[in-house]
Design a protein around this ligand. Sequence first.
Ligand code: HEC
Length: 169
Amino acid sequence: MKVKDVVSGMLTVVVVLAIPLTVSAEDLKKQMIDQGRYLIQVGGCNDCHTPGYPQQGGKVPEKDWLTGDVVGFKGPWGVTYPQNLRILFSEMTEDQWVAKAKSLETRPPMPWFNVRDMSEPDMRAMYQFVRSLGAKGNPAPDYVAPGMAVNTPYIEFYPKNLPGMQASK
Ligand code: HEC
């Protein structure tokens, strides 16, 4: 085989490979967004971060997802509010989100350990989906320390009737 033939053969391979690759860049992004939507849904993020989601059996339009909630969770840790993830993500790059997710640790009842244990591709897919929705809504109320006055609605999270505790009335 002549050098010329080898080179032209290689060029053909490059051209054939390049066509599907450019097409799939867009497809890849769409796949990531679809995967992110799925993870947010089955990961339970809407359960707390989307107002009314459990009450409406998950029938909240996607455009209203993850805007945070003014209903707090009160427990021995004080009162915490599901943050507005639409605003949070719009203020971070994808890499900043990955770094935050890998070292995430919050107060209860946020299941931060589940986010921390996600694979990096899943963290990135989640980010792409939330960014595709854009920023929306207002920041959630500030955290309230134990014993301080609470001016919002809240749900109480205190364990009752644990072994060794006196029975609740
Ligand atoms: C049981 C309710 C609940 C669920 C389920 C939940 N969160 Fe949260 N999340 C919260 C609360 C409450 C806070 C605020 C915690 C605090 O103030 O320390 C929070 C905080 C966060 C924060 C930190 C925000 C910041 O500014 O630091 C991130 C990020 C987050 N949640 C992402 C998620 C993702 C992603 C999911 C789904 C995998 C999810 N949450 C599921 C209740 C929940």
